[in-house]
Design a binder for this molecule. Structure first.
Ligand code: URA
Length: 213
């Protein structure tokens, strides 16, 4: 939690910050960018799942019987906001191998500047699952707000948002529209520029993940 934004947790771990520096650097190539994003995503998921409930399971070690914790409660669903959200999926699924995945495609209407849905595919029991929405860049926050509107309309009640970087504008937008949704991210940057890019940021996350620069 930060002082300005009660909905925000910043993961200021040295490993995350080190890898984020190389994700930001202009000279980092596509291969390295994907690998770094995968590694950071694992660490962000670690933080985002910190409060998952556990229950005790009886097992036998080679030495004796014991009661040991396992994750219980709702099953998980990752919701990737296309296309950059897919860059966080690999890492997230490597630590949450049983999670289901939904994909949501949104584009910005050039007239209204509001997000419009062009694709949505989700498991039929999504409303019963604990949701982690993944999108590397929280810029204006309009896509995240629209995605969470959509999920709540389906009955989803337990939602977190996982991002790599954000701007205060996006976090504020989320706080206004979805104060119940905690946000986990690696860093909160300064502001958005006139083109809607996060400053200092890392450029267009989708282009850097997919090599479409
Ligand atoms: N989306 C990106 O990929 N980068 C930004 O800086 C803002 C939105």
């Amino acid at each position: 939690m930060t002082i300005d934004f009660p909905n925000l947790t910043l993961v200021d771990h040295p490993l995350v910050q080190h890898k984020l520096t190389w994700l930001r650097a202009e000279e980092t190539n596509t291969d390295s960018f994907r690998n770094l994003l995968r590694e950071v995503s694992q660490m962000l998921v670690y933080e985002a799942t910190r409060d998952l409930p556990t229950e005790l399971q009886t097992i036998r070690t080679p030495i004796c019987e014991m009661q040991s914790p396992i994750i219980s409660g709702k099953k998980l669903c990752l919701v990737s906001i296309l296309r950059a959200g897919n860059g966080l999926l690999d890492g997230a699924l490597s630590v949450l191998p049983l999670a289901r995945v939904a994909h949501l495609g949104l584009y910005r209407d050039p007239q209204t500047l509001q997000p419009v849905e062009y694709y949505f595919k989700a498991p039929s029991d999504i409303a019963e699952r604990q949701i982690i929405v993944v999108d590397p860049m929280l810029a204006t926050g309009n896509s995240a707000v629209a995605a969470i509107d959509r999920l709540k309309a389906l009955g989803c009640g337990s939602i977190k948002l996982l991002c790599l970087l954000g701007a205060p504008e996006g976090v504020r937008n989320m706080l206004e529209h979805h104060p119940d949704v905690p946000i986990v991210m690696a860093a909160l940057d300064s502001h958005l520029n006139d083109h809607g890019y996060i400053v200092p940021g890392l450029g267009d996350a989708g282009d850097r993940i997919f090599g479409t620069v």
